[in-house]
Design a protein around this ligand. Structure first.
Ligand SMILES: CC(C)NC(=O)[C@H](Cc1c[nH]c2ccccc12)NC(=O)[C@H](CCCC/N=C(/NCCC(=O)O)S[C@H]1O[C@H](COP(=O)(O)OP(=O)(O)OC[C@H]2O[C@@H](n3cnc4c(N)ncnc43)[C@H](O)[C@@H]2O)[C@@H](O)[C@H]1O)NC(=O)OCc1ccccc1
Length: 277
């Protein structure tokens, strides 16, 4: 059986009682959302991964807010692709606890495709947002609990994304911009409600995922458009493999991908609908 044998994958999907999907930036790539490692992971001479840290925000909140204002603008003006819809469709056909999706993406495109958690099946989830959302903002002061859902674009006038976008010339952007402030404590800056490097993921969520994987063996793990370099997200497929479950990897470049039962090389937006039909 070749590793890209769709019929054996379909059979495994059909017979699977518990399925896990782990998604990364590659899932949203063909919706026009840049990946982290695409374009060398650089945004204006800054390493995107370095901007996603509490240290960067402490050092230059204006720069970090420009980075996130652009990503909010990009995500708000982008649409889900066929892979987002196919995953949402499978979630409807295989309600919790049959199918759980873990996404590292903060762009809201899975949600926009209707891939949402049904309150009736609480506390069981269809999808877990490992790294938060661009549309959830909260006070940066640890003792202030203020937060809100916010899709305004820009979130404050001075963070308007110049028409030529932020990748344009430096001049179009200054760092002493008027930043969004906390309306509750009046002293704190608001920050994007995403999990930055060095920050803990939501412990309740991590417990739910652990229970999902440990309660009954996961038969099939589908790893979609992720370089598998960021933890704990990158560890779940190996956990499934260690339990005797099977792993399928979908990536535009499978050349460096190791121990999987299936390797489907290509655009997730094209392959996922075929795999999940
Ligand atoms: C870099 C890495 C080594 N560092 C970590 O993992 C760290 C530290 C760490 C913890 N445990 C470890 C164990 C070992 C080593 C290090 C660690 N983890 C943390 O800090 C986590 C928090 C991590 C979350 C960070 N926040 C993000 N996002 C939100 C913000 C934001 O988005 O701005 S991570 C962010 O980057 C990651 C990017 O990875 P991908 O999504 O995979 O994207 P990438 O561009 O890399 O790859 C895209 C893939 O798609 C493919 N592709 C492209 N186009 C397509 C296409 N069209 N179709 C299909 N595939 C495609 C490409 O080929 C490629 O393979 C995503 O997770 C994304 O969410 N917190 C934590 O563990 O807390 C406790 C703790 C803390 C400290 C020390 C110990 C314990």
């Amino acid at each position: 059986m070749s590793k890209s044998d769709l019929s054996s994958f379909h059979e495994a999907l059909l017979n699977a009682k518990r399925i896990l999907a782990v998604c990364g930036a590659g899932l949203s790539a063909s919706s026009g959302i840049p990946t982290f490692r695409g374009a060398g992971g650089m945004w204006r001479k800054h390493n995107a991964l370095e901007l996603a840290t509490p240290e960067a925000f402490r050092k230059d909140p204006g720069l970090v807010w420009q980075f996130y204002s652009l990503r909010r603008h990009k995500a708000l003006t982008s649409s889900p692709n066929a892979a987002h819809y196919a995953l949402a469709e499978l979630a409807r056909k295989r309600p919790p606890p049959e199918f759980l999706t873990l996404t590292q993406n903060v762009d809201g495109l899975s949600e926009a495709a209707g891939h949402v958690n049904c309150p009736l099946s609480d506390p069981l989830k269809s999808i877990e947002y490992l790294h938060g959302s661009l549309y959830h903002v909260r006070c940066a002061r640890v003792w202030c609990r203020y937060s809100r859902f916010d899709i305004s674009d820009p979130i404050v006038p001075s963070l308007l994304v110049p028409s030529e976008g932020l990748d344009g010339d430096e001049a179009s952007w200054t760092s002493d911009v008027e930043l969004p402030r906390c309306p509750q404590c009046k002293t704190g800056l608001l920050r994007p409600g995403v999990v930055w490097f060095g920050e803990e993921l939501d412990s309740q969520m991590l417990k739910r995922i652990q229970q999902y994987i440990e309660r009954d063996p996961v038969d099939l793990c589908i790893v979609i458009g992720t370089s598998g370099t960021v933890y704990p997200a990158a560890g779940y497929a190996n956990l499934v493999k260690a339990q005797g479950g099977k792993v399928a990897i979908v990536d535009i470049d499978c050349s460096v991908r190791g121990n999987a039962d299936w390797l489907f090389e290509g655009d997730a937006a094209k392959l996922i609908p075929e795999m999940l039909e």
